[in-house]
Design a protein around this ligand. Structure first.
Ligand code: FES
Length: 160
């Protein structure tokens, strides 16, 4: 009887220590992965197919929409993005960010005035992105563009 008590006590002690080690491991492994594994890099250029160049009219801005992959740390999501695209020839195209360079409002093309117009504070931009009037401090930002045949691929936005 006296030999059973220490043995049972040792068993419970080992069981509790083992349980503690399991709980510690269950908490430490995710914490270590969070601290040691680097998040996916968002710095590599992601090219996205935005339009078919053969379907775009010459020298008339068109707003195109496309799915854009967004990487935020470990989270990857897809969002709808847009660009104003101007086809200047069969092999050249310019794609503008859809945000005004003043405070980021969405602007649009006004065909009768032959310019881009931002309704927030009335900035206007030429078809090549230059500021024509209003408080906008710089020309429209552009996407990096690449053509693969008739496919228009857009990269990151670069500030002019
Ligand atoms: Fe476009 Fe102010 S946000 S003019």
């Amino acid at each position: 009887m006296s030999e059973e008590q220490p043995s049972r006590r040792k068993f419970y002690l080992a069981f509790i220590n083992g349980l503690g080690a399991l709980i510690t491991g269950a908490l430490a492994i995710p914490a270590a992965l969070y601290l040691l594994v680097l998040p996916k890099s968002s710095k590599s250029i992601q090219w996205v197919q935005a339009a078919d160049l053969s379907l775009l009219p010459d020298k008339t801005p068109q707003e195109v929409s496309f799915p854009e992959k967004r990487v935020d740390g470990w989270k990857v999501s897809t969002e709808k993005a847009t660009a104003w695209v101007v086809k200047t020839s069969d092999t050249q195209v310019v794609a503008f960010s859809p945000r005004c360079t003043h405070l980021g409002c969405a602007y649009h093309w006004v065909a009768k005035d032959n310019n881009f117009f931002c309704p927030c504070h009335t900035s206007t931009f030429a078809i090549d992105g230059r500021v024509l009037s209003g408080p906008a401090p710089r020309p429209l930002d552009r996407y990096e563009v690449k053509l693969e045949g008739a496919k228009l691929l857009l990269g990151p936005i670069v500030k002019v």
